[in-house]
Design a protein around this ligand. Sequence first.
Ligand SMILES: Cc1cc2nc3c(=O)[nH]c(=O)nc-3n(C[C@H](O)[C@H](O)[C@H](O)COP(=O)(O)O)c2cc1C
Length: 177
Amino acid sequence: MNKKVVAFGASNSSRSINKKLVTYASGLLNETEVEILDLNDYELPLFSVDREDEMGQPKLAQAFLKKITDCDGIIISFAEHNGSYSIAYKNLYDWVSRIRPKVYQDQPMVLLSTSPGGRGGQSVLELALSQIPRFGGQVKASVSVPSFGENFDLEAGVIVNDDIASQLREAVNNLFK
Ligand SMILES: Cc1cc2nc3c(=O)[nH]c(=O)nc-3n(C[C@H](O)[C@H](O)[C@H](O)COP(=O)(O)O)c2cc1C
C-alpha cells in the first residue's frame, strides 16, 4: 500500500507561497498519497488557559491531530513572521499540544521554508529544526528556498532553479529513509 503524506504551509494566507512550495515539493514523491492541508480549515480562537477552560479540546484541534496520527510522514513549509512562526501555525499548535504534547508523534518529517527575500525564512526554519525534535518529530531533511518570486514559476507551479529543485527532490526522497 502507498505511504500517506500530510503536507501544509504553516501560514493562513490564501496566496501562501509556503503552501505553493510544499505542494510542489510533496508532488515530487513517487507512489505516495499526498494530502495538502490548509490551516484556514483549522482556525481557532487565540489560545488562552481561560478559553481552554471554556472550550476544552476543540474539535478542529482534534481533527488536526488525527491527520498527524493517521499519516506516515509530514512535510511542512514555514512562513516567517518577524523571525518566527506565523500566529496561525503557533496558535493551532498550542491548542493541539494541550491534547498531545508530542504533537508530531515520532513521524518522519521534512521541513521547508521560503520567503520573498534572500534568507528564505532561514530564521523560522532554524527555530523549527531546534524545536520539532523535542516535540516528537523525526526530521529527515530541510531546505530553505530564498527569493521565492525568482525561483518559482507561479503559473506552472514549479521551481525553476535546477539546484534548488534537486535539493528539494533529495530532501523529500529522504522522508522514508
Ligand atoms: C507580519 C509579517 C512579518 C514578516 N516577517 C518576515 C521575516 O521576519 N522574515 C522574512 O523573510 N519575511 C517576513 N515577512 C514576509 C513573509 O516572508 C511573506 O509575507 C511570505 O509571503 C509569508 O509566507 P506565506 O506567503 O506562506 O504566508 C513577514 C510578513 C509579515 C506579514
